[in-house]
Design a protein around this ligand. Structure first.
Ligand SMILES: CC(C)(COP(=O)(O)OP(=O)(O)OC[C@H]1O[C@@H](n2cnc3c(N)ncnc32)[C@H](O)[C@@H]1OP(=O)(O)O)[C@@H](O)C(=O)NCCC(=O)NCCS
Length: 230
């Protein structure tokens, strides 16, 4: 069982980390793998009711690897914790299979209540360096969390989120949806619009706003000339 665990963990590192050159290197030099071994021991003790020994084992693992995994956390297969230093995984966190975490990731809580208060991370999720995922939220399968993001809302499967607070990357949406101003006024053609055939949707949106501004200025000027007419 332990041998199986080690074999597939080493394989996962070698497949997914281009810096991993040999099985011996992974076994000797990857703190993420060492932290998982400590966690298996700590979790085994914790789930059999040996709470203090479990906690102390986890503390030893943290001391030696710089990675803090609470012994209560549930971790799936082939987790990779790349670099590792500063990673914190809370007591009620759950992690699926084939997840990839970089250094300084926190799967943390936002409340001092005792129940489920840490995130559930789906399969095949990537969490960038320094990202914080906070609260009992779910990160869907195949999602990606950008470096340094702070995630406080659930993330849908396959979604990429970045920033503080983390939001989905909007670029694809902008490319596929026409700007709202164009939808509202499809026949408005002042100042270089319509945008239906414009190659760049951002330029299109700016041109539409300029056109609306021009129309409003003209209307205000007309009102100033003859207030009764408007
Ligand atoms: C989030 C991430 C997965 C997106 O990768 P991607 O799909 O290739 O996306 P892109 O690089 O094309 O960026 C898409 C948009 O998100 C922005 N973006 C990307 N990563 C971001 C981040 N971490 N924070 C804020 N914005 C980010 C880009 O500027 C771009 O914005 P734009 O559309 O306005 O130009 C990736 O940028 C990331 O952060 N990976 C983590 C890597 C890491 O932690 N490495 C540590 C190695 S030690």
């Amino acid at each position: 069982m332990a041998f199986m665990f080690l074999r597939e963990a080493v394989q996962a590192y070698r497949q997914r980390d281009p810096a991993a050159r040999s099985a011996a290197e992974v076994l000797l030099c990857y703190p993420g793998l060492h932290a998982l071994l400590w966690h298996r021991l700590a979790h085994g003790l914790w789930s059999r009711g040996f709470r203090l020994p479990g906690r102390f084992t986890s503390h030893l693992g943290r001391f030696l690897t710089g990675i803090e995994i609470h012994p209560g956390a549930r971790i799936g297969r082939r987790l990779i914790i790349d670099h590792g230093m500063g990673v914190v995984i809370g007591e009620t966190a759950e992690i699926g299979d084939d997840v990839y975490l970089y250094h300084q990731v926190t799967l943390g809580g936002t409340s001092s209540e005792r129940g489920k208060r840490h995130p559930t991370v789906g399969n095949n999720v990537i969490v960038g360096a320094g990202a914080k995922i906070l609260g009992g939220i779910t990160i869907g399968d195949n999602a990606r969390v950008g470096a340094n993001a702070v995630v406080v809302q659930p993330v849908a499967a396959g979604e990429t989120v970045v920033g503080i607070p983390a939001r989905p990357v909007e670029r694809d949406k902008l490319k596929s949806d026409p700007p709202k101003a164009v939808v509202r006024q499809p026949s408005f053609v002042a100042y270089g619009t319509p945008c239906d055939n414009a190659p760049d949707p951002v330029v299109c949106a700016i041109e539409t706003l300029r056109a609306e501004l021009f129309a409003l200025e003209a209307r205000v000027a007309a009102m100033q000339r003859s207030p009764a007419a408007e």
